[in-house]
Design a binder for this molecule. Structure first.
Ligand code: UDX
Length: 434
């Protein structure tokens, strides 16, 4: 099948490579020439495990190309919309102007029975609003939200949990549904559940899924605060709660909380959405979820102050800059937020991250960075593990002891074994653990 992917950011680049690996003939469209140059050379513009291999393979086979010219979409019969919908400045709502612009740019090249597939996370009503424009060109619009996680994007794209098709009318859109089934044939053959629903429901699935995940994380972080006050251990609490199948263990990791380009934006977009629909009180609790999440960052700074004493002149090493491991994405990174707060409080902060220091420098230019662990920890007064990269989870307290000035470890992600660190002579602190 000939496919175009509009927008080659995180979602689009992975999607273009993924669809090409399924045997389709794909053209990726973006306006950013620098990004296109990297992609054409077979390099991902961001760090995502497995993506470079997929890009190179597809381009060597001749099944993937990139272009900045919308005219190159003309020969495709299916067009995936993968542009961003960032939070609007000064508002909780998402900015859908890139989605609108992408559809308007596609329309002149559409042919009868083409299908536009919306992957971007959009507010309810977006697909219904754009559909007439697409129908006028003889094409059909399906909203098919994407659930891929950074760091696992290749697997999540090729082996999704579910496929959601939002349509205007199941009978009228039958040919478009069949075409999308054909594009996704390998996934459907694996038994992936496919659900057909109206546009509004499909649009809500994405925002509500991310809001639920954010709620789970903030719930366990609220419990962590209770645990601190009560002398309980939130990691054991989470294990015990997770054994109840109705609750489940995933997304109950207490610590510094969530960041990134999706969860924070999506809980705010859902609030803006509810307000627009006149039911803002229905999701008022999301405001608390956001608040709990933000307050984890100041709680971590307080914990550091409690353990280390006055922060002025203290040499602190922040392990992690990315908002999560296996990613170089630093959007709304809790680790960088804490690093900046510590530096503002007078500490001498060095941030160490294996892949994200380049992006971090652009957002927080006043912080000092190094990708080299040995260089970072030399002479440190305290180490703060704030993004749980594998190399940080595997740190050996005995080996590190001789490199630091003071043996203090603050585990902001609850991934280290406190007994092991304390037995090695370290002062150990964490959120929600005695
Ligand atoms: C999220 C959704 O998971 C994905 O389905 C959607 O398509 C995009 O948004 P992503 O932003 O890549 O994916 O990150 P995710 O793995 O959900 O983690 C989000 C944040 O929550 C990270 O900062 C992570 O550190 C934090 N987190 C996650 C916790 O603090 N505790 C947990 O138990 C899990």
């Amino acid at each position: 099948m000939k496919i175009s992917v509009i927008g080659c950011g995180f979602l689009g680049a992975v999607y273009a490579a993924g669809m090409a690996s399924l045997g389709h003939d794909v053209v990726g469209i973006d306006i950013d020439e620098q990004k296109l140059e990297r992609l054409k050379a077979g390099h991902s513009p961001f760090f995502e495990p497995g993506l470079d291999e997929l890009l190179l393979e597809a381009q060597n086979r001749g099944s993937l190309r990139f272009s900045s010219d919308f005219a190159d979409t003309a020969s495709s019969t299916m067009h995936f919309l993968c542009v961003g919908t960032p939070q609007l400045d000064g508002s909780l709502a998402a900015d859908v102007s890139y989605v609108d612009a992408a559809v308007r740019s596609l329309v002149p090249y559409l042919e009868a029975s083409d299908v536009i597939v919306g992957k971007s996370t959009v507010p309810v009503g977006t697909a219904a609003r754009l559909s007439p424009l697409v129908l006028d060109a003889g094409a059909e619009l399906i909203w098919n939200p994407e659930f891929l996680r950074e760091g696992h994007a290749v697997k999540d794209t090729l082996h999704p949990d579910r496929l959601i098709y939002g349509v205007r009318d199941e009978t009228d859109a039958a040919a478009a549904i069949a075409a999308l089934d054909e594009a996704y044939a390998p996934m459907l053959d694996e038994g992936t559940v496919r659900m057909i629903m109206n546009y509004q429901t499909a649009e809500l699935v994405k925002n509500s899924a991310n809001s639920f995940l954010a709620t789970k994380i903030s719930f366990i972080n609220a419990m962590a605060e209770l645990c601190d006050a009560a002398g309980a251990d939130v990691t054991e609490l989470a294990e015990a709660l997770g054994l109840d199948e109705r609750i489940g263990r995933k997304f109950l990791n207490a610590g510094l909380g969530f960041g990134g380009g999706c969860l924070p934006k999506d809980i705010r977009a859902l609030q803006a959405q509810a307000e627009e629909l006149g039911v803002d009180s229905a999701v008022n609790f999301l405001n608390d979820i956001d608040h709990i999440n933000q307050s984890q960052r100041s709680r971590l700074v307080e914990l550091t102050r409690r353990i280390c004493g006055p922060l002025e002149g203290m040499r602190l090493v922040v392990l992690g800059a990315a908002f999560k491991p296996d990613s170089d994405d630093v959007r709304d990174s809790p680790a960088l937020d804490v690093a900046q707060q510590l530096q503002d409080a007078g500490a001498d902060v060095v941030v160490c991250d294996p892949h994200a220091t380049g992006n971090a420098k652009l957002r927080f230019p006043d912080l000092a960075y190094t990708p080299e662990l040995a260089e970072a920890v030399a002479g440190a007064d305290a180490l703060l593990l704030l993004t749980e990269w594998k190399q940080f989870r595997q740190l050996d307290p005995y080996q590190l002891s001789s490199q630091v000035a003071r043996t203090v470890m603050i585990d902001g992600r609850n991934v280290l074994d406190p007994t092991k660190w304390r037995n090695a002579g370290w002062t150990f602190g964490a959120l929600g653990r005695p």
